[in-house]
Design a binder for this molecule. Structure first.
Ligand SMILES: *Cc1c(COP(=O)(O)O)cnc(C)c1O
Length: 402
């Protein structure tokens, strides 16, 4: 791949060379691109405006709250998967709804959770029966996660519809365990079954939801269609999504919520790295970088996927094939194999694309690696350090304080 790399993860560079833009920053570092975040926000808010649905930010994908003020005009509220996310949304997106979902709420955290949440989604009739009445007494809107048993994707660890899944109530379980008193506690239903998918998968899922839960939906005030909608990806079928939202809202007479995570910050960030060494084994050349897949982009190994690198193609493309690896002890700390049109050497600058999601909020200090600092690329192009980390971030969660 020669010259400016204009693939979506790098479109925000507007044809400039990464090293020219970011070469002065310490590596590794994350760079969050405000222009791209705003573009995503405008697109998502447009869907909400045209359909009447409400758009929540699922914080587990992106929770760099320094930039919440930028997203605030486009966001109706936040979604939290855990206690601290609920608190973060409550404190840093003030005055907005806080929706929470947990596979199992704990008694010790319940009172605190109630203090932050506006909407609470339960995962089982037992949890609904245990905590639902106190949520209602505190004026919270109460929902139940359903499982439409409609798998539309092939990332097994992201498929809540797989047989035996612990996420969501199936129709069979509903019929067995939901008493009229329990059902009367419900203001809404919630499903989350998609991952990086287009609106055709949502359409299929809604058909399954209608078949299994169409009978109870007219009694609900809201339906939350979860996340996994790749709305801001080029080529996503936005009119089809809007059709799904309108049909559901009209057919069942309810408020639709969407709670994407990825879509808010898709292609809105980078991870900058440099080559530290190059090693050879059995004809494979590996560039060892100062950035780690295991520590700094954990979904590369967990999902798994191969991240985009500026100016690099598939392994077979280009004259030089390099495997990119991290500096940890883990043999599998590898981003993937890439084709380059120049050989890599120590000091070379590399830019990973689409690194604003599931990174800064999911990274770790395995092996005692420092956490990369987080920079903002302001809308005027200025680079500003939002947060730098140190030894304390590694040590403080390991001990002392007795
Ligand atoms: C993960 C998750 C989301 C966000 O998913 P994305 O794929 O990042 O859009 C939303 N809601 C729930 C309940 C989730 O678990």
């Amino acid at each position: 791949m020669r010259g400016a790399d204009r693939r979506p993860p790098f479109a925000g560079l507007e044809g400039r060379e990464p090293e020219e833009l970011f070469g002065a920053l310490p590596t590794p570092c994350y760079i969050l691109d405000e222009k791209a975040l705003r573009r995503n926000g405008e697109l998502l808010a447009g869907v909400a405006r045209r359909t009447g649905c409400k758009m929540l930010l699922a914080q587990k994908a992106f929770s760099n709250f320094n930039l919440y003020p930028l997203l605030a005009p486009y966001v109706d509220g936040t979604e939290a998967s855990g206690l601290y996310e609920a608190r973060l949304g409550f404190e840093e997106m003030p005055g907005r709804q806080v929706h929470v979902f947990s596979p199992a709420y704990r008694a010790e955290q319940w009172e605190e959770m109630l203090g932050y949440a506006s909407h609470i989604v339960f995962n089982s009739p037992r949890q609904l029966s245990r905590f639902g009445p106190s949520a209602k007494a505190r004026g919270k809107s109460v929902g139940l996660r359903i499982n439409p048993q409609c798998s539309t994707q092939n990332h097994p660890i992201y498929d809540p519809c797989a047989p035996g899944s612990r996420l969501g109530v199936t129709r069979e379980q509903w019929d067995r365990e939901m008493t009229p008193e329990l059902a009367a506690l419900l203001d809404g239903l919630h499903f989350h079954t998609l991952c990086e998918q287009d609106a055709d998968a949502l359409e299929l899922t809604l058909t399954a939801v209608e078949e299994s839960f169409g009978g109870v939906l007219p009694r609900m005030q809201w339906l939350n269609m979860g996340g996994g909608h790749h709305v801001t990806r080029p080529g996503y079928d936005v009119p089809r999504l809007e059709g799904c939202i309108r049909r559901a809202a009209e057919r069942w007479g309810l408020q639709v919520y969407l709670e994407p995570g990825e879509a808010w910050a898709l292609n809105a960030g980078y991870l900058a790295a440099r080559v530290v060494d190059v090693v050879e084994n059995a004809g494979v050349s590996t560039a060892i970088l100062d950035a780690s897949a295991a520590c700094h982009m954990p979904d590369v190994l967990e999902m798994p996927y191969r991240p985009s690198v500026y100016g690099a193609g598939e392994a077979g493309e280009g004259r030089y094939m390099f495997r990119l690896g991290g500096p940890t002890c883990l043999a599998g700390d590898v981003m993937g194999e890439y084709g380059f049109d120049r050989p890599l050497a120590p000091g070379n600058f590399l830019l990973f694309g689409d690194m604003a999601i599931y990174t800064t909020c999911k990274n770790n200090t395995f092996n005692g690696l420092p956490l990369p600092p987080i920079y903002a690329r302001r809308e005027d192009g200025a680079l500003e350090c939002l947060k730098a980390f140190g030894y304390g971030d590694f040590k403080d969660r390991l001990g002392r304080e007795m």
